[in-house]
Design a protein around this ligand. Sequence first.
Ligand SMILES: [Zn+2]
Length: 501
Amino acid sequence: MKLFIATLGTETNTFSPFVTSAQTFEETYLTRGGGHGDTPNTFAVPLVLWRQRAEALGWDVVESLCAFAMPSGVTLRTLYKQYKEEILADLRAAMPVDAVLLCIHGAMVVEGFDLPIADTDGIDCADAEGDLFEAVRAVIGPDVPFGAELDLHCHLTEKKVRNTDALVLYKEYPHTDFPERAEDVFEIIKATVEGKVRPVQSLHDCGAVGVFHTTREPMRSFVDHMIALEGDESVLSVSLGHSFPWADVPELGVRSLVVTDNQQAKGDEIAADLCRRLNEIYDAAQPPYLKLDEALDQAIALAEDPGQGPVVLADVADNAGGGASNDSTFMLRRVLERGIGDIAFANFWDPIAVQLAISAGEGATFDLRLGGKMGPMSGDPIDLRVTVKKIIRDARQTFGKPPRTSKGRMGDAVSLQLENGVEIGINSLRTQSTNPDALTQIGIDAPNKRFIVVKSMQHFHAGYAPIAKAILYVAAPGTMIPYFDQLPYGIARRSLRGIDG
Ligand SMILES: [Zn+2]
């Protein structure tokens, strides 16, 4: 038996001020032919796991590209073509293969997504992974089992489903379950190769966009229901594609996907029922966003309550994980104006400030212009007098829940001290904070701060919830402002619930 595996992923915010380039992939994670080391990067985990499982069965494994880019704006078309051709060339060289497993995000949008396919060398730029799947299927033919693991923020398009045998999405947001879902899709493809099951997929359009945290009700019970449905032997996998609302693509929207063992009608029924249930709980499922001052007022009140740990304020609109700059100054400015102290910020992306702080050295005090560099959605820069507390070169931070944790790159990281117990983490690679170790490693005592502002939509939750007294979601201005009726969609259906206002 021979298994072919590869990773190609990013989540494209078509409203983001950046493009996704080769450098974006290189800085996030890019390797070829395996060799992920003893502590695999977060984005390599599924490939490492599939290789271990396959080799334990005595299968040969051919690993192609493993490339993942921090979410940004559209991916350059020449780059997508290059990665696609590389994967296809490796696949052709490996033929005949008995199975294919790909790890993708599922919301990659390529430059030219707003043009007709005839003008983009035949590439379906609005659905890059659907385009890739179609090309892979053309190489392997209709009978080779082909599965993939996707982020739940994928656009679950008909092309992706049509060209594969089994797609399995993460169920949890934050995505703490990606190793388990990698196991799930491996099991389905293994059973298919062995002739024990014949997977068929049922897709249903829920007609909505939104943000669905699975850490709270009613989504917690919704996910538990999906898991319970998989208790039926003929139901191989149940997924909900949340979609990624900051993308102006034709198939934007929440969709359910059910993989059954050759039970199309049953799968169709379950998929339709999931959308019905989702629409029932839709309003209650949306995060309880607070306006900036309202959030600061609540945080101050909560800090007076008995109990340990900081009040964590999520600056959701400046989430690098969704294509924002991580350098917006709206919250910092208001915190300084209101004189709020004993507060840490995780974390500003400001490579120039990092460079200046490193050159000044630990203990140096100087005037620094911080943040606000990437466009109107970053706000204005802030002039500060700072002291450099600690510098860590090539810093990493934890993602996930023990024991299945992995490490993500942060670049060089520095802590800055201001008056009044205000401390700011800055770093040179654009990334959201997923764990308080982003702060503690640079000498900021995160668990004992009164407040922490974290520039993240929800992935911070896995790492910060265990130390937080309370968590507030703040809708300050920023690239990822979570009011979809205000986004300038031109292609996506405006009739979707959540956009229709
Ligand atoms: Zn996601």
